[in-house]
Design a protein around this ligand. Structure first.
Ligand SMILES: Nc1ncnc2c1ncn2[C@@H]1O[C@H](COP(=O)(O)OP(=O)(O)O)[C@@H](O)[C@H]1O
Ligand SMILES: [Mg+2]
Length: 270
């Protein structure tokens, strides 16, 4: 079992401007690590930098340790081998990870068939099992559909399935529920919790919304202007923030924030 990611002194400069300024934190397996902060604080750039997906020409520094290896400085080819198979990413817009003109089956089984050399039947069977475990209704029928045939929430489940098909150890989820309405949002957060608890997945959950964090995150890192200003257990940071900046983020929460999802797995569908 991997111990997730250890990030030390991560920096990112774009055109000489510091975007991420020497941040350090762990993303342990079996836990949801929340990365919060106002818009523009560097959350997305941190997630992309970890995966080697930072903008072209940007300079990275520091270390991102995965399974005893520093991912920073790996060749593009070596990083490609990790991306998807060991470390996967999902985004606010699930269509970012989907091809609009290909059936879900193709998108889910492509890697298994051509990289893991599974037969079509075996890959299909793995895809159906996975969709079922992610509470996608009628998984066999879902495989025959195109992305536009699903609602936003179902599409995010399918993007999560594509991320999970190669059984990665780390999932970086960048604002995965921001575009969804509140009840659908709760279902996706519950799903992330289940993946963590059942597969020991290490999740880095990026969100500007501390309501989302209080619903599922185990620990919380708060960023401002490319720096970590506060970190600790999620409960500790939210109930007893040390920094006025964190306090202001909490105070800006609407009264009806999502309630904490169960941490024991029920597997019931929302
Ligand atoms: N492609 C880019 N080139 C230059 N600067 C960028 C680029 N993308 C984002 N930035 C800048 O990086 C900073 C952090 O952005 P981002 O990580 O997207 O913030 P967050 O996800 O916390 O809202 C912002 O100041 C933003 O303007
Ligand atoms: Mg962002």
């Amino acid at each position: 079992m991997s111990s997730g990611l250890q990030i030390r002194d991560l920096t990112l400069r774009i055109g000489g401007t510091p975007i991420v300024s020497g941040i350090s934190f762990d993303v342990p397996s079996g836990q949801i690590t929340g990365l919060a902060g106002e818009s523009g604080s560097g959350k997305t750039m941190t997630g992309l930098s970890i995966c080697g997906l930072q903008p072209k020409g940007a300079e990275r520094g520091g270390t991102v340790e995965f399974a005893g290896r520093n991912l920073i400085g790996l060749s593009e080819r070596a990083m490609n081998a990790h991306r998807g198979t060991d470390i996967a990413m999902i985004f606010q817009d699930p269509t970012a990870s989907l091809h609009p003109m290909l059936r879900i089956e193709h998108q889910l089984t492509d890697h298994l068939r051509f990289h893991e050399r599974m037969t079509r039947q075996a890959a299909r069977s793995r895809a159906i099992d996975l969709l079922a475990s992610l509470h996608v209704p009628e998984p066999a029928a879902a495989l025959r559909k195109y992305p536009h045939e699903f609602s936003g929430g179902q599409l995010q489940r399918i993007a999560i399935a594509i991320a999970m098909i190669c059984r990665p150890q780390v999932l970086i989820a960048d604002e995965p529920t921001t575009a969804l309405d509140v009840t659908v949002q709760a279902g996706i957060l519950r799903l992330l919790r289940e993946l963590c608890d059942e597969y020991g997945l290490a999740i880095l959950l990026v969100s500007h919304d501390l309501g989302v964090m209080s619903a599922v995150a185990d620990s919380l890192i708060v960023m401002r202007r490319g720096e970590v200003v506060e970190s600790g257990t999620c409960h500790q940071v939210i109930t007893d923030p040390k920094e006025p900046y964190t306090r202001s983020l909490i105070d800006s929460l609407p009264a009806a924030a999502p309630t904490r999802v169960a941490t024991t797995t029920g597997l019931e569908s929302l």
